[in-house]
Design a protein. Structure first.
Length: 151
């Protein structure tokens, strides 16, 4: 029965095309899950006040966004604590995955996970303005989140 239904679908061009588009859409959705999957979300979503203060202090109370043409953003007003690797993509809510961004650059970044080369660039740039001895590397994912225990 399944074989005859599949033969009927494939013999109708527009139905076969629709099936192909739906299949392609599912494969495209699977890509990010394969790249960023396997990491449960950190149960804690927001940074604490102490962590936000630490971001601001180590960034020199200035936005950490850096553009190719203009260099580091000069924004010092309305700075926000941001996950370098977004929480929605499995990023840890940890000081090592945080940065200070102005409102404009935080909104512009949205929930896009950074490429490895972008993380390496950020770590190298941070060496110039972080206090000596402060780690500059980004921790994308925290420790594995245990599965909830059912009672």
């Amino acid at each position: 029965m399944l074989r005859s239904a599949l033969a009927e679908v494939l013999s109708t061009p527009w139905l076969a095309g629709l099936l192909a588009v739906i299949t392609l859409g599912k494969l495209v959705q699977l890509g990010p899950a394969m790249v960023h999957g396997g990491h449960g979300r950190d149960p804690r979503r927001t940074f604490s006040r102490a962590e936000k203060a630490e971001f601001l202090e180590r960034a020199g109370h200035r936005c950490e966004h850096h553009s190719w043409l203009l260099g580091r953003c000069r924004g010092t007003e309305a700075l926000q604590a941001d996950h370098v690797h977004p929480h929605s993509r499995g990023g840890a809510t940890d000081v090592l995955n945080g940065q200070a961004l102005c409102r404009r650059h935080n909104k512009q970044k949205s929930d896009r996970p950074p490429w490895r080369w972008e993380l390496n660039r950020l770590a190298r740039r941070r060496e110039s303005y972080f206090p000596p001895g402060t780690p500059t590397a980004v921790l994308r994912y925290g420790p594995p989140v245990p599965d909830p225990v059912e009672v």
